[in-house]
Design a protein around this ligand. Structure first.
Ligand code: SF4
Length: 371
């Protein structure tokens, strides 16, 4: 059971934990408590991990340089499919991995990214040191990062990260702040470790062309100091409760929104463009002939309109709590999808569903495909 009243101290901060610290310290505390929780399934992350494994294998084995690199990629992907299927079965996901949302497209894009990696490495010089997934740590031990690819050559000195999700902020049209921070910290760490600044820092997205940043030593060092300051602030509060920072953008991607009281106390209908959520009394539960469950909630809080809120087609295989919900319960549902033609909502596999105060049973069944 997650406890928002406590937090474990952090030894160091990584680029991803830095962004989380900037977003919401409570999310960081809950995330550290939930590490290894067996009922959290993140399908998109599994696909993304598989792509990383394939690229890492091609580079490590030198297959990326070979003329038949696409054949090697196909073999590596088949191996990953078998691993993903086994993982999915543990989480009661019955579809074969290639039928998961976005799987075919991801596979096609993997070939594109692998070709870019091949081009990058071929331009690095014959003396280049190529490291896959190296862990870089600052001399004081407070900053650490593991990037996907590091190239130290006479013709190219580059820190590189692969991205299977969105890399561009839809509002600004520029690289997402979290990824800018990540590349700046990798550049800083590479400077601390090697004694020289990389000449290139770039993302290789799966859905677009490479994205570069200027490696500005002053900006990178400043970001490193900010990270140290945030780490100190977090540890000054641990092991007590960390402050919550509910925002539409932060909570929309937070896996803990369904059970986060700060979220429910803050969310309003004005958040609906970022996250759809409903909390209220359950006034009806109906099981369909297909085995899915429809839950009717009298919404009193959340971002949906107050009143009748029908959440349709919940698959108990994805949200086991649907089998336990009964009229009279108070239920919460987050990350809903509006079914505009029906005026109802769907609960995707990455959504959250819980019965409030279901103290004697697991409170959350949550599965995620999104990040
Ligand atoms: S739901 Fe929002 S406020 Fe709550 S932990 Fe997540 S990001 Fe923080």
């Amino acid at each position: 059971m997650l406890d928002p009243g406590r937090s474990a101290p952090m030894d160091r901060v990584s680029p991803s934990s830095l962004h989380a610290l900037e977003t919401c310290r409570l999310q960081v505390a809950l995330g550290r408590q939930s590490t290894g929780v067996a009922n959290v399934w993140n399908g998109r992350a599994v696909l993304g991990d598989a792509c990383h494994h394939v690229l890492e294998r091609l580079v490590t084995r030198g297959e990326i340089y070979a003329s038949n690199w696409e054949g090697a990629l196909g073999e590596a992907w088949e191996e990953e499919l078998r691993t993903m299927a086994a993982q999915a079965a543990i989480h009661r996901v019955v579809d074969a991995p290639m039928r998961w949302p976005g799987a075919e497209l991801t596979r096609a894009r993997l070939t594109v990214v692998a070709r870019r990696v091949r081009e990058l490495l071929s331009g690095a010089g014959s003396d280049a040191e190529v490291l896959t997934e190296p862990t870089l740590r600052s001399r004081d031990g407070l900053l650490e990062g593991r990037l996907d690819l590091l190239v130290r050559g006479s013709s190219r000195h580059a820190v590189i990260d692969y991205k299977t999700g969105a890399t561009v902020d839809p509002t600004s049209g520029t690289m997402r702040e979290a990824y800018l921070t990540q590349l700046q910290l990798y550049s800083y760490l590479e400077w601390e470790c090697s004694g020289s600044w990389p000449s290139e820092a770039l993302l290789l997205p799966f859905n677009g062309p490479p994205l570069h940043i200027d490696v500005d030593p002053i900006a990178c060092a400043s970001r490193a100091q900010e990270a140290r300051a945030l780490l100190a602030a977090y540890n000054a509060t641990a092991p007590g409760a960390q402050p919550a920072s509910p925002t539409p953008q932060g909570c929309a991607y937070c896996p803990f929104s369904v059970e986060c009281d700060a979220f429910w106390e803050t969310v309003t209908p004005s958040w609906a463009s970022e996250i759809l959520a409903a909390e209220g009394a359950v006034i009806g539960v109906h099981e369909s002939q297909l085995g899915t469950v429809n839950v009717q909630i009298l919404a009193e809080r959340g971002s949906v309109a107050r009143g009748d809120c029908l959440v349709r087609g919940i698959r108990p295989g994805e949200h086991a709590v649907a089998n336990r919900i009964a009229p009279g319960d108070t239920a919460r549902a987050t990350r809903l999808h509006l079914e505009a033609d029906r005026g109802s909502y769907a609960l995707p596999v990455w959504g959250g569903l819980m019965i409030v105060d279901e103290s004697s049973r697991p409170s959350v069944e949550q599965t995620s495909w999104a990040q």
